[in-house]
Design a protein around this ligand. Structure first.
Ligand code: ARG
Length: 469
């Protein structure tokens, strides 16, 4: 190691005591996390304030020492918020940057803050506080999106569109019903997020490096001061557990998967081939070469961002899979994937929550498309069953009718009664009522069905759930 490849003197490190040689300059950069973990600076200060207050309450710090530390930390928070904090890679991470700064500002008392804790329980606390804040913002944005969806679903409760399986016209559905399917996915995502928050909201503070501490700390008190539901149970697990981050990423991956599926449909519907919706210009961009183009970039990008969030989930699972207890430096790699998963989830929700209420349904086009592809064929079969024909026979009869209609280049409803009766004498004049699209959707009149009145009832239930949040 050459001289100019070494950093400043080892004593400058908060842990420099047992070292006789300065850290290699590259190793210093390689091992530092301050460039990304400074995002948790305010949570780090919040955790330190609670820790110092608890230490003063149990008599490890004097009240005056606590006052000095608290004053110093608040000053540092102001510096950070003003963008004036002198972050240093030599001080490795957010924790040591802030602690060193505290001593700069208030002198020797600053060196007492780290009594009875370790960066291991400190970082676990900071991540949980940071993630809890993000979860609450994501939950609010999810609620905004769902509220917009339910409102649009109610407006479009009577709008008929083709329903698809295998992306082939299957049976007519209402657009409101389709939108409520998206809402169900998001409702489950919300429930998963709420469930994840329960496990995030426990306090690891007091686990110290791994074995706990010999000071008379009060873990329940720091948990309470930080708004955690309770302290975590086992000190070894407390400093090594990142399940909560993995769970969050699993939530985010599923959320993005749902948004991606919806995006795919928006992209299809906005194409001139489908032409079911109009996406407002402000959510689209143009082409630099083809003047006619209006590209649905926002849903495309949401679909694309699903890949990175899925990647973050796999990264965290892989990060943890071989770690022996307790803390290992590997864990420093947890932050960037977690931060990015949370940022991406929030941004994508925001894009959707803004975009969905602005969607314009092209009702006539949807209706016309629903009329194509023999989408009421099942209704004709059900009609025959009601007249005593066995379902399998009815299926066969309708199959022959469809084949005939294809030859005639007509829809089923456009055939004459005589033409239909070639295939079954059970068919009467009233058949044309079930062959209409309106009759078909109205007939699916049960909980979870596509009938307009069921869609409206489902909107009421969805809104009730949203109101309870
Ligand atoms: N920067 C570290 C991390 O993100 C903080 C904890 C370091 N602890 C240690 N014993 N080196 O995990």
């Amino acid at each position: 190691m050459s001289k100019d490849n070494t950093s400043s003197n080892p004593a400058a490190k908060l842990w420099g005591g047992r070292f006789s040689e300065a850290t290699d300059a590259f190793v210093e950069r390689f091992t530092a996390s301050v460039t990304f973990d400074q995002r948790m600076a305010l949570e780090d200060i919040q955790g330190s304030l609670a820790h110092a207050q608890m230490l003063s309450e149990v008599g490890v710090l004097t009240e005056d020492e606590f006052r000095q530390i608290a004053g110093g930390l608040k000053g540092i928070a102001a510096e950070i918020e003003a963008g004036e904090f002198p972050w240093s890679v030599q001080l490795e991470d957010v924790h040591m940057n802030i602690e060193a700064r505290l001593t700069d500002r208030i002198g020797a008392t600053g060196k007492k803050l780290h009594t009875g804790r370790s960066r291991n329980d400190q970082v676990a606390t900071d991540i949980r506080l940071w993630l809890r804040g993000r979860i609450d913002r994501i939950a609010a944005e999810l609620t905004r999106l769902q509220s917009g969806l339910v409102e649009l679903a109610e407006r479009e409760a009577d709008t008929i569109m083709p329903g698809f399986t295998h992306l082939q016209s299957a049976q007519p559905v209402t657009f409101g019903h389709h939108l409520l399917a998206w809402n169900e996915m998001l409702q489950r995502d919300f429930e998963r997020l709420r469930d994840c928050r329960v496990r995030v909201n426990r306090s690891p503070l007091g686990a110290a490096a791994l074995a706990g501490t010999s000071y008379p700390i009060d873990r329940a008190r720091t948990a309470e001061l930080l708004g955690f539901d309770a302290p975590t149970e086992n000190s070894l697990d407390s400093v090594s557990d990142r399940d909560f981050a993995i769970e969050f990423c699993a939530f985010a991956a599923l959320l993005l998967t749902h948004l991606s599926r919806a995006s795919e449909e928006l992209v299809l519907w906005a194409s001139s081939q489908f032409d079911f919706i109009d996406l407002p210009d402000r959510f689209c961009t143009g082409s630099s070469i083809m003047p006619q183009k209006k590209n649905p970039d926002v849903p495309e990008l949401v679909r694309g961002k699903t890949g990175r969030v899925n990647g973050h989930l796999v990264a965290l699972l892989t990060l943890m899979k071989s770690q022996p207890l307790a803390y290992n430096k590997d864990n420093q790699e947890d932050k960037e994937p977690l931060f990015d998963a949370a940022d991406t989830a929030l941004d994508c929700l925001r894009a959707f929550a803004d975009m969905v209420p602005a969607l314009k349904a092209k009702r006539e086009n949807m209706l016309a498309a629903a009329g194509k592809g023999f989408s009421t064929a099942t209704d004709l079969a059900d009609y025959l069953v009601r007249r005593g024909v066995a379902f399998r026979d009815a299926h066969e009869i309708v199959g022959q009718s469809v084949s005939f209609a294809i030859e005639q280049q007509k829809d089923l409803a456009e055939l004459t009664l005589a033409q239909l009766r070639q295939f079954s004498d059970q068919i009467g004049e009233d058949v044309f009522e079930v062959l209409t699209l309106e009759g078909s959707v109205a007939a699916r009149d049960h909980i979870g069905g596509t009938a307009p009145n069921q869609v409206r009832a489902a909107c009421v239930r969805a809104r009730e759930l949203l109101g309870k949040r």
